[in-house]
Design a protein around this ligand. Sequence first.
Ligand SMILES: *Cc1c(COP(=O)(O)O)cnc(C)c1O
Length: 373
Amino acid sequence: MPINQVSRYNYKHQFETIKDKLFLEIYSSILEGDYILTEALKKFENNFARYIGSNHTIGVNSGTDALYLALLSLKIGKGDEVITVANTFHATVLAIILTGAKPILVDCDLDNYHMIPQQVESSISSNTKALLVVHLYGKVVNMKPLIDISTKYNIPIVEDACQAIGAKWKGIRAGNIGLIGCFSFHPSKNLAAAGDAGGITTNNSELSNYLCKLRHFGQIKQNEHLILGLNSKLDSLQALILDYKLSLIDKWNSQRSKIANKYKASLNHLPIDFQDEGKPYEHVYHLFLIRTKRRSELLQYLRNYGIDAVVRYPVPIHFQESFKDFIQGKPGQFPNTESLSKETLCLPIRPDMSDIEIEYICTNIIRFFNYKY
Ligand SMILES: *Cc1c(COP(=O)(O)O)cnc(C)c1O
């Protein structure tokens, strides 16, 4: 049967093989009434840490909280600066601002769409307290120059790995390269909870202990609050769901990567660009971007054919209304980020996508370029 639409998500598929056991466990957990900081949470945290290769995982409410708490655990606040990239999701920079620190932005590269290391180095000041590296779209940033900068100036690296669960650089997984890794399990992400959820990874026991206090009102035991914290604990029911899905994530990520290859093979001859990939990177394709000068037209065209294409991110960080008191952005300040914001769109990419769906999308894109040039 011919199709006339392609969606971005298929949650039913994600639960297909696990739901019988999982739903029974959720059911009995709810009736038991053991909800907060449970064994189920610990089990997921241990399994997630093992998966990433790190010593510790601390489950929190969201990726945003993961970033915010990670920066707090490094005692970052007013008067400090954190360097990150203008081409990222809002929450990366929000987390910096929430600590009271000043975000220092750098531009991205037009081949890998990631932060430009030379600009990171030239942005360092005596107030720089962290490099917040964003593995955008599911590909790890080239870490070599950033590790060199981190070592030379003794400034820790925090990874925003919210889009890069399972992605690797030189065999090391995102979140296990810097001092702290931050993850989101938002429903849109490759490893999706049924609601908001996030996690922090680190190999540093002291930081891990501190983060466990931070997420739990700064308390060591009931009514003994040592530091100012937050209430940001990963929900136990979400942890149950995530633990089941974690066993499938490698399979799903490799399916995403196969779909990306099919897209590239079909679209290669068109006037469009892709984020670069290949060794030593293992891209997990949280998003599959194509870049064209005719982005807005193409987006509308695809949407008219029922294809759920979207733009990530149409408003660069330095132009966002909510940040205007913290970032004085000028047009042309980060030209590459601004170009990508006008020229890229994301095609649907789901592990369960059929060849018919991929072909439907590619055929429409090819038709767009052939008939409208
Ligand atoms: C999703 C995302 C976040 C925030 O995660 P939430 O769980 O939605 O709070 C932060 N940074 C990046 C790059 C993201 O993609």
